[in-house]
Design a protein around this ligand. Structure first.
Ligand SMILES: Nc1ncnc2c1ncn2[C@@H]1O[C@H](COP(=O)(O)OP(=O)(O)OP(=O)(O)O)[C@@H](O)[C@H]1O
Ligand SMILES: [Mg+2]
Length: 283
């Protein structure tokens, strides 16, 4: 019983041990400049002197026109992008490194393993981290139930709809218990109703687990509904043009917000900023 209870607590993040707070930012990007190309390819200035900082437990969205460097910034934070950069990037005070267990990365494509069931996929990250089978499966089941997949634990990805696969990927991400989440348009390919449902699930999971989230989206309504702040980037070369606090009270219901006047004002403000920043020239 004790094991099941602690697995449940870990699954909801209430007692998952987080690294001791250093007092510094959870994510720090300072004066980051990234250029691709060289050699035969013409050089591309993708990111130009970008600085941003997330406190531990903050939910921050990054929005900006296609090609402005949002994914590049996330990839650099994971340590997976072998590209020369200028500036400084840290996660919990340390430089990025591939396989950093402090980071969970969720993409628009669900990238589930087709030969594993939903349960096997949700528990996969914990398996790699050598969490005992009973404990990891209890955590994975709990999270699959939270995302509405309790009855599909034994289903393979091919038997799940796209929205269900993305729910499974969300369960897998939260199962990891990492203190920092990087999410790159995780709900970008979903229908409007499934998206609202999953945004509410994400809010529930995040508020229980208090992770730091850097969330990339093209959906300004999603950014306003979920975030503590929304950072707006210009067109390439990506620069930060605004950092807008979202003061809507929490807890929030993403669905209920759709009728909230303040929500719509913030949306309109962000839309104006995005339009202003869309005129930059690529180089
Ligand atoms: N590995 C790479 N090699 C060369 N150029 C790259 C590479 N990755 C990204 N770029 C270039 O860097 C710029 C930023 O790309 P990035 O994928 O970060 O944009 P984005 O803001 O995530 O766009 P989107 O919203 O369309 O996903 C683009 O001009 C892209 O062509
Ligand atoms: Mg991208």
């Amino acid at each position: 019983m004790k094991d099941a209870a602690s697995a449940r607590e870990m699954a909801t993040g209430r007692s998952t041990p987080l690294p001791a707070a250093s007092g510094g930012p959870a994510i720090l990007v300072r004066d980051l400049t990234v250029r691709f190309g060289g050699g035969a390819a013409p050089p591309v200035l993708a990111v130009d002197r970008v600085s941003l900082s997330l406190k531990s437990g903050e939910f921050v969205s990054l929005v900006g026109p296609s090609g402005c460097g949002k994914t590049t910034i996330l990839n650099l934070l994971t340590g997976l992008l072998p590209v020369a950069m200028e500036g400084k990037v840290t996660i919990l005070g340390k430089p990025p490194r591939p396989g950093n267990p402090d980071i969970a990365y969720m993409l628009a494509r669900d990238s589930l393993l087709p030969w594993r069931t939903a349960l096997g996929n949700a528990a996969y990250g914990l398996e790699i981290r050598n969490v005992p089978v009973q404990q990891r499966e209890a955590q994975a089941r709990e999270l699959l139930a939270r995302v509405g997949l309790a009855d599909f634990c034994n289903a393979y990805p091919k038997a799940l709809s796209h929205g269900m696969r993305q729910r499974c990927a969300l369960a897998r991400t939260f199962c990891l218990g990492s203190p920092v989440f990087l999410m790159d348009e995780p709900f970008g390919a979903l229908d409007a109703q499934t998206k609202l449902q999953l945004e509410d699930v994400l809010m529930d999971l995040w508020s229980a687990a208090q992770r730091t989230v850097l969330f990339v989206t093209h959906d300004l309504a999603e950014a306003v509904a979920l975030s503590d702040r929304v950072i707006v980037m210009s067109a390439r070369p990506g620069r930060i043009i605004a950092d807008v606090p979202i003061t809507l009270p929490r807890p929030r219901s993403v669905r209920a917000l759709q009728k909230d006047e303040e929500f719509h004002k913030l949306y309109a403000r962000l839309w104006g900023l995005l339009e202003q920043g869309s005129g930059s020239n690529g180089s």
